[in-house]
Design a protein around this ligand. Structure first.
Ligand code: HEM
Length: 417
């Protein structure tokens, strides 16, 4: 590394400083600026390297000397309930510890469980669309309509994951609040102290709720993934999940089921309305085309913006030499718009041949565990929507995205049926 600040390293410092402040959250074009400067942009001053290129991120996700970040905080943080809820999540583990946690969850999350959910998802989607259309008509139609985030995008994946886990639907409001707190712990920015206090209170409640539930389920197993997790034993005699591990990974599944697919569904309404010729293409054969459309919408929307990693040894990525201990920020949203892979990357093209090469589900050991479920939910939703309501309207309205480093989604979206 060159110690004297050159114009290039000053520019890298400035760009990464702005990124750290969230410049890309409201202005996604900022990611293009970063990639143009260097798809592996390092700032010694900030101790941070931002990866924005598809090939470079793909290489990083599989590199043996690049590890996932640990969930840590300042002094005293490891005494908090927030830490206890987050730290044992598989997202923050590597190697044998990760394999153990993941294989246990994977065993409970079988293709059979998914297959059994197929009809339920279709029926639920139809019910939610019917109710949304009725609410839209009741609102007088015109410019009013219904907030699709509340009416469809949110309840659909939440109801599915709550049922799969074997939790009680009646706790939905509580799960929502918890889920928002975990989303803030994963990627919230500039949180005020009173928000931190609320997050800590939610984390304490989560611990209490899942501790009691796990004990009950071990004593008396019930249908559902959580019971299977509680009973699961690691392959090779690694022992059962501890209560802390069960809690954290159940919360992870609950939150992943809440926050990501919801953003994909709400974003799909918006993207389809903004691209009428693409909507018409999908409407011509919804069942046959929904699968590729799902891949392209994942590429286009990137519901998980990015994630963090760090280097454990000196290594070269792209053409940049990185020291050990360098913090990496991987922008999946930027990789998914990399013109080296995707022609006309900012255009939605539902028949794009290589749409499935996106990094919306990451890659390598932490590849999304719920990818098959998310794909099933999205293809079902697109098929039912475009079969029943291909002419939905998204009126002119201010669009605001959630301010979160990890997750990307619309706060609300009015749709008229
Ligand atoms: C559109 C929907 C979804 C997207 C875009 C998405 C995206 C992702 C991404 C990018 C990661 C890797 C994070 C990283 O690199 O650090 C991930 C991990 C994970 N996802 Fe998803 N996800 C979705 C839906 C789901 C669902 C529905 C579930 C389960 C109910 C789920 C469960 C998980 C779990 C457990 C992990 C951790 C895997 C590990 O660390 O080994 N996801 N997801």
């Amino acid at each position: 590394m060159n110690a004297s600040p050159t114009a290039a390293s000053q520019k890298a410092d400035d760009l990464i400083g702005a990124y750290w402040q969230g410049a890309h959250l409201q202005n996604p074009a900022f990611l293009e600026e970063l990639r143009a400067a260097n798809p592996v942009l390092m700032s010694g001053t900030h101790g941070l390297t931002v990866l924005t290129g598809h090939p470079e991120i793909t290489a990083a996700l599989r590199h043996p000397d690049i590890r996932t970040i640990k969930f840590e905080g300042g002094e005293g943080f490891n005494q908090t309930a927030s830490y206890a809820v987050m730290n044992p999540m598989m997202l923050f583990h590597d190697g044998g510890s990760h394999t153990r946690l993941r294989s246990l969850a994977q065993r409970a999350f079988t293709p059979r469980v998914l297959e059994e959910s197929r009809d339920f998802i279709a029926a639920l989607t139809d019910d939610l669309l019917t109710e949304a259309a009725a609410a839209s008509r009741k609102s007088g139609g015109g410019e009013n309509g219904v907030d699709i985030v509340q009416a469809v995008a949110y309840p659909l994946p939440v109801t599915v994951i709550v049922r799969m886990l074997g939790l009680h639907g009646t706790d939905a409001e509580r799960f929502r609040a918890w889920s928002e707190s975990v989303a803030d712990l994963l990627g919230g920015i500039n949180l005020p102290p009173e928000r931190w206090a609320q997050i800590e209170a939610d984390a304490q409640q989560m611990r209490e709720y899942f501790r009691t539930l796990a004990d009950d389920l071990r004593a008396e197993p019930q249908p559902g993934l959580l019971s299977a997790l509680a009973a699961a034993e690691a392959e090779g005699g690694g022992g059962r999940l501890s209560s802390a591990e069960l809690l954290a990974n159940a919360v992870l599944l609950l939150v992943a089921g809440h926050e990501t697919t919801s953003n994909l569904i709400a974003g799909s309404f918006h993207a389809l309305a903004a691209h009428p010729e693409q909507r018409a293409w999908l409407a011509a054969d919804p069942a046959g085309r929904a699968a590729n459309a799902t891949e392209e919408l994942l590429r286009f929307l990137s519901p998980v913006r990015g994630s963090g990693r760090f280097t454990t040894a000196p290594l070269t990525l792209g053409e940049v030499a990185l020291p050990a201990g360098m913090h990496l920020s991987l922008s999946y949203a930027s990789a998914n718009r990399d013109p080296r892979l995707y022609a006309d990357p900012h255009t939605l093209n539902l028949s794009r041949a290589n749409a499935r090469t996106h990094l919306a589900f990451a890659g390598g050991p932490h590849y999304c565990l719920g990818a098959t479920l998310a794909r099933l939910e999205s293809t079902t939703f697109l098929t039912r929507l475009m079969t029943r309501f291909p002419d939905f309207v998204v009126p002119e309205q201010p669009i605001s995205h959630r301010p979160n480093f990890a997750l990307q989604g619309l706060e609300r979206l009015r749709v008229v049926f």
